[in-house]
Design a protein around this ligand. Structure first.
Ligand code: NI
Length: 197
């Protein structure tokens, strides 16, 4: 197994609609195992394959000690909504806002062997399934925000992108002058909010 590199906002794979999985072989098993290990490593609540650069409809989850994965998920959401909860995203470090999500959802899909899976979810698990399935459609939680929160998120993301470029430029410069201080900035920062997926 391996820890995978998590893609950060600005990477086109995060805005691409992922393809359905059609091959259920060792490569898929390795992807699910690596995604699970990566999610544990960063203490995330969930991880979608596009976040590790793989444009396929796979996500892993880890809520209240329960771990799992769903391939080719289809959600049947309730019409009503749960109380807003602050979400973050491993691909949008340092930004978190309350998001509106359906109260319950039924996730239907298959497991790594191609066997049917049905999970009825409420609360944080339902929230996680909606967040991860959005990733498979190229949708980020910040797209779900409205009004002032949306404006604040867009502003913060612009700043984050700017800082990322600035860091990269600094690291490049450091290399060219033979200094060794560059490159230490981690893409995945602090977690403290309730859901980071
Ligand atoms: Ni996310």
């Amino acid at each position: 197994m391996a820890i995978l590199n998590i893609r950060i906002i600005g990477d086109p794979v995060l805005r691409t609609v992922a393809d359905p999985v059609t091959e259920f072989g060792p490569e898929l098993a390795r992807l699910v195992a690596d995604m699970t290990e990566t999610m544990e490593d960063v203490d995330g609540a969930g991880l979608a394959a596009p976040q590790v650069g793989v444009s396929q409809r796979v996500f892993t989850y880890r809520i209240d000690g329960v771990e799992g994965h769903i391939i080719n998920p289809v959600l049947e959401n309730s019409d009503d909504f749960q109380d807003d909860v602050v979400e973050g995203c491993l691909s949008i470090p340092g930004i978190s806002f309350p998001v509106r999500r359906h109260r319950t959802t039924r996730a239907t899909g298959v497991d790594v062997h191609g066997n049917p899976v049905v999970v009825d979810a409420e609360g944080m698990l339902a929230r996680c399934f909606q967040h991860e399935t959005d990733h498979l459609d190229g949708v980020l939680f910040t797209d779900r925000l409205e009004g002032e929160n949306r404006k604040a998120a867009l502003r913060a993301m612009r700043d984050a992108t700017y800082n990322k470029h600035a860091e990269r430029t600094t690291a490049k410069r450091a290399k060219t002058v033979g200094s060794s201080f560059g490159g230490a900035s981690s893409a995945v920062g602090s977690f403290g909010q309730s859901v980071d997926n």
